[in-house]
Design a protein around this ligand. Structure first.
Ligand code: H53
Length: 806
């Protein structure tokens, strides 16, 4: 893979000549980016082909990770790094008078996901390849990614994300691998040969699914796996049926947009069709590959193939696999069911009731008639078998078809051999509360796989200043094996190292400060604490609690301008689902509070609020290295895991958290002294649910600080929020504060005060920061996918990789 700098320069120039008939001097940044992309792609195309061939020749068992979202962000630097070319490229480009970082910004941020779930899928793709594991992604190639967010008068406005406008350098369209997917119409069973029943389709629509493949490049190991994303087209055979523009458009709309809500999109016909479309296309192509290349009997499928259902969106994998095995491969139901269960595994990512997918029977029947028939049969057989073993009501509660709806989580659990949660606490809650009924029935299926992050991207790529300090201090092995970050623990009292890390942080803060100035015209000082909350806007994530505290600080400062406190910049990044009214109200209130506070000369810049628009992977890459404080303040029990918490600690931010999701494991990793924990525990939250004793009104009446803060929303203190302020106030007082913000307010304020004090003692702070970095290795997604590979998928790494690691 080694490439000399001079050769690199020549190759780049050559590509420009070939692709654009142009010399470097005349090329635009855009053209140079595409030429560079082509160069990089050419560097891994042999390895891509060889990896594929290796898996086939060695009969390697492969996993297919089915996910309706992938959120890779930009890929240039990550590919360069994994190919061992990042330094060469940077130096070569510098020689040519080009800055790699600004060139990288030409790439459109690939945002085919909403948030945590999609980003996790992409971290897994990176780690699966980097661990040399045979694994591929399967999803949808949306023409438009997650909407772009702007603020107009403080309100969120959504604009389309035309990420494919200038083409996508990384993908390869593989028309020869297209498959047909059948939806709608009617299906009935008719007697075929040997008295067997076969489905007959009438008036169905045929969709052509065309795959676009992207290489997933492993870290310095010559492994390149495949992310396959499907796009819809009209098959030639159906051209006559689609003569009207509207008809064509309706069909093409199927893969046009990603649904922009990460918790609640039920009942929409297009969404259900999307789910079936990528599931059916994916499974058909797996079976075709198996028959053509693996060439083993279909009954041995589970020895070679594993399919992962990422959240319930791909739950139709279960009935679709049954359809193919029974209808097309002529297996008996029992044989097919046995294979399907062995092949499938499922991850649950949420306990929020509204996010647990259900579809009405009627919609399912109309849209996917054959799927519905198969689900009915699975349900009937489940009930029949379980009735003999378990009480009637338990069986009724767990069946797939209930109260006129198809329960996708039930389908996923019943049709697979493994169900996992994404953090210890979350997996425990699944067993003890949310999926307790299923735990009684299938105790062995339940397990935990705590999430992880692609450490190389979230340290080496996004934080070069810190990475250099790490290299100088502990050597470079951490770059391949993040567990080696632990070596840093030996330097926790070494002031010279602490100073260097602090200097790196300062550099990152300056870069972010410049960006903030450029995009929002707000000036911030790098001496201030950069206090960061970046995630989707959701009531349960409690961005509003953060705002309540800021308003308290503002009121304190107004009352006592000489108050002794650390300067702070509160940085937010968050998109709200376009239909999520309450979340949008919170955005408006934060923006108006920002206007008020940032422009109030009494405050003398001691607090600032910066709400950066259009939070996405690329923006996260700018914010995370610059953060001092990481806000992870969801109501305990509600956040399944969280992953920005891991990225922020790895970059030396101190976590301010409730004991929720993976925060619990972060606390275990860094120790109580290096994290700030506040608020109700998950047990206390459940106690409140049980005894129904919570009264927000009482807290308001009895606590003058809370009263003053809440009144600011309705008494004109914060301007321009007449309606929004009232809505916030009512949600807390009239509707009794569903997420216990007021209950946690005092302990949150106290934790924030302690953080302020700790920051005042810089070497104390720096030591905490170092301990966080040193323990970040534990949350590497390399480790996470290895656990999946061993415990669930039963796949093994490529031999050469095993030898390399020893
Ligand atoms: O998945 C993340 C978790 C996070 C959880 C998130 C998630 C989505 O992004 C979308 C749907 C869903 O059910 C869950 O909220 O806590 O870290 C990855 O597991």
């Amino acid at each position: 893979m080694v490439l000399d700098k001079e050769v690199f320069k020549e190759e780049l120039k050559q590509r420009l000549r070939e692709n654009y008939a142009m010399e470097l001097e005349d090329a635009s940044e855009h053209e140079i980016f595409y030429a560079l992309g082509a160069l990089v792609k050419a560097r891994y195309s042999d390895a891509w082909r060889d990896t594929w061939k290796y898996y086939v020749d060695k009969h390697k068992k492969q996993v297919y990770y089915f996910s309706i979202e992938f959120l890779p962000g930009r890929m240039l630097k990550s590919n360069l790094l994994n190919l061992g070319l990042l330094d060469t490229a940077r130096e070569a480009l510098t020689d040519l008078g080009i800055d790699l970082d600004s060139l990288a910004e030409v790439e459109k941020d690939m945002a085919l996901g909403n948030g945590g779930l999609g980003r996790l899928a992409s971290c897994f793709m990176d780690s699966i390849a980097s661990c040399g594991l045979p694994g591929n992604g399967n999803g949808i190639r949306y023409d438009y990614g997650l909407f772009k967010q702007r603020f107009v008068d403080g309100y969120q406005v959504e604009l389309p994300d035309e990420w494919l406008q200038s083409g996508n350098i990384w993908e390869i369209r593989r028309e020869s691998k297209a498959v047909d997917v059948r939806v709608g119409g009617h299906v009935y069973l008719a007697e075929a040969m040997e008295g067997k029943l076969k489905p007959v389709y009438e008036n169905e629509r045929i969709l052509r699914a065309v795959p676009y493949d992207t290489g997933m490049v492993g870290y310095e190991n010559n492994v390149v796996n495949t992310l396959r994303l499907w796009s819809v087209e009209i098959p030639d055979s159906e051209e006559d049926k689609y003569q009207s523009i509207q008809g064509r458009r309706e069909l093409e709309d199927l893969t046009a947009v990603l649904y922009p809500d990460d918790s609640n999109e039920h009942g929409r016909l297009i969404r259900l069709t999307q789910e079936y479309f990528f599931v059916s296309a994916g499974i058909q192509s797996i079976i075709r590959h198996y028959k053509k290349r693996v060439q083993k009997p279909i009954s041995n499928l589970s020895e070679y193939i594993s399919i992962h259902i990422n959240d319930t969106h791909p739950a139709l994998c279960v009935p679709e696999m049954m359809r193919i095995l029974v209808d097309e491969e002529d297996l008996s139901w029992e044989q097919a069911w046995d294979i399907t269960g062995k092949v499938m595994s499922y991850t649950n990512h949420t306990i929020m009731a509204e996010a647990l997918e259900k579809w009405s029977i009627d919609l399912m029947k109309r849209t996917l008639p054959r799927m519905y028939q198969i689900i009915e049969e699975i349900d009937a057989r489940y009930v029949q078998t379980m009735r003999e073993l378990h009480p009637h009501d338990l069986v009724e509660r767990t069946r797939i078809i209930r109260n006129g709806q198809v329960h996708m989580a039930h389908l996923s659990i019943i049709g697979s051999h493994s169900t996992n949660g994404v953090a210890k606490l979350h997996s425990d809650l699944l067993k003890s509360v949310v999926l307790h009924d299923f735990y009684i029935i299938y105790p062995d299926r339940f397990n935990n796989k705590t999430n992880g992050i692609a450490q190389r991207r979230w340290s080496q790529i996004v934080n070069e200043p810190m990475s250099s300090v790490l290299d100088e201090t502990i050597g470079k092995t951490w770059r391949k094996d993040p567990g080696d970050l632990k070596l840093l623990m030996n330097y926790q009292s070494d002031q010279a190292v602490l100073d260097k890390l602090a200097e790196a942080k300062k550099i990152n803060k300056q870069v972010l400060a410049d960006y903030i100035l450029e995009t929002t015209e707000i000036e911030v000082s790098t001496d201030a604490i950069f206090d960061v909350q970046i995630k989707r806007l959701h009531a349960y994530k409690r961005q509003l609690l953060n705002l309540l505290h800021i308003i308290k600080l503002y009121q304190d400062l107004k009352e006592n301008p000489d108050l002794d406190m650390q300067k702070r910049v509160f940085i937010f990044g968050a998109k709200a689902a376009p239909s999520y009214h309450y979340a949008k109200v919170i955005i408006k209130c934060i923006n108006e509070a920002a206007n008020l506070i940032n422009n109030d000369s009494d405050i003398k810049d001691r607090i600032k609020i910066v709400f950066l628009p259009n939070y996405n992977v690329s923006l996260a890459e700018k914010i995370i290295p610059a953060a001092d404080v990481s806000e992870q303040i969801s109501l305990a029990s509600k956040e399944a895991s969280g992953t920005s918490n891991m990225k922020l600690m790895l970059n030396g931010a101190i976590t301010l958290a409730t004991l929720d999701g993976a925060n619990v494991e972060i606390r275990d990793a860094v120790g109580d002294d290096n994290i700030y924990i506040f608020g109700l525990t998950e047990k206390e939250v459940y106690e409140y649910y049980e005894n129904q004793e919570y009264s927000a009104q009482q807290l308001y009446d009895e606590n003058p600080i809370i009263r003053r803060v809440l009144n600011a929303f309705i008494d004109g203190t914060i301007p321009n929020i007449v309606y929004e302020g009232r809505e916030i106030f009512d949600s807390l007082i009239k509707y009794n504060d569903e997420y216990f913000l007021l209950r946690d307010f005092d302990s949150y304020v106290k934790a924030q005060e302690e953080i302020g004090k700790a920051y005042g003692d810089q070497s104390f702070w720096q030591k905490m920061s170092l301990i966080n970095i040193a323990n970040g290795g534990r949350f590497s997604s390399d480790e996470t996918v290895r656990r999946y590979a061993e415990d669930i998928w039963k796949i093994e790494p490529k031999d050469s990789f095993v030898t390399e690691k020893g």
